[in-house]
Design a protein around this ligand. Sequence first.
Ligand SMILES: Nc1ncnc2c1ncn2[C@@H]1O[C@H](COP(=O)(O)OP(=O)(O)OP(=O)(O)O)[C@@H](O)[C@H]1O
Ligand SMILES: [Mg+2]
Length: 304
Amino acid sequence: MVILSKGDHVWLEPETKGEFNVAIGGRVKFTQSGKIQVIDDDGKEVWLDGKTQIKHMHPTSVEGIEDMIGLGDLNEAGILRNLFTRYMENLIYTFTGSILVAVNPYQVLPIYTSEQIKLYSDRKIGELPPHVFAIADNSYYNMKRYRHDQCIIISGESGAGKTESTKLILQFLAAVSGHHSWIAQQILEANPIMEAFEMPRPLEMTILVDLKSRIVNQAHDERNYHIFYCMLAGLSADERKQLDLKDATHYYYLTQGGDINVEQRDGGKEFADIRSAMKVLTFSDAEKSGKYSKFCLFYFILEI
Ligand SMILES: Nc1ncnc2c1ncn2[C@@H]1O[C@H](COP(=O)(O)OP(=O)(O)OP(=O)(O)O)[C@@H](O)[C@H]1O
Ligand SMILES: [Mg+2]
């Protein structure tokens, strides 16, 4: 039996069991002679009868915590509520040990300034509040300290913020490695290449599409991956001939969405940028030109 007083935080078990149903938090608003009223995290008033399963909430869940390893209620509900309460305060980053969880804020937050870069530079992970810069800093200094290549794995569903996070990490690395250095230039040149392989998003998050199916299926008004259009617009006539490629209108996978043009985008110019970025990033000439092995791959996809 749970004895509750006004102001207590509790977990309310979901009424029905299901894969996505987890307990949510609530706060006791009123108790009197066996009657208990709770306001849940969604702001809903719930009257508890004897049947509703409730549990006291651990203080770490009440206050929220920067590193979820320390959560007293270490379960799915605890993790989700922690992320939710932090998100409501615009705290989009949370650690779980050395893993950083980022919740997409869908707004520009003032947390990526050069002051923040300086602040996070050369710190131990966990010394400062969770931030994508803390991860970038950790990799950079581990690379310098141990002279070992480092790798940051960024995972999440479409629209979660993987590309934005990658750009922020690159921004951090470019800044700490010295503004005019060759490395900084290489880092920044990664952007056009990343953008070319970006998922086109004209309908901005209104549809969730399996990434693998994106190459062969597009909805109305959608384009395929940008690199296809760039490549076809930017290869010289000779190169196109060498690869036996035709223009974009010839390929069903590029035109099934309807329009192959995107306003204010010059595929030919972008392809030139991609090529020069590949040069700065020292993609070998054999890869970049000659047999165009990377581009040959796209060619085969188009010909499927
Ligand atoms: N840290 C952030 N701050 C502000 N806005 C963000 C942040 N992360 C993501 N966003 C917003 O969310 C949008 C989608 O993010 P992003 O393009 O990084 O997703 P993604 O995970 O790369 O998706 P996909 O798998 O489809 O490529 C961005 O265009 C941006 O508007
Ligand atoms: Mg992306």
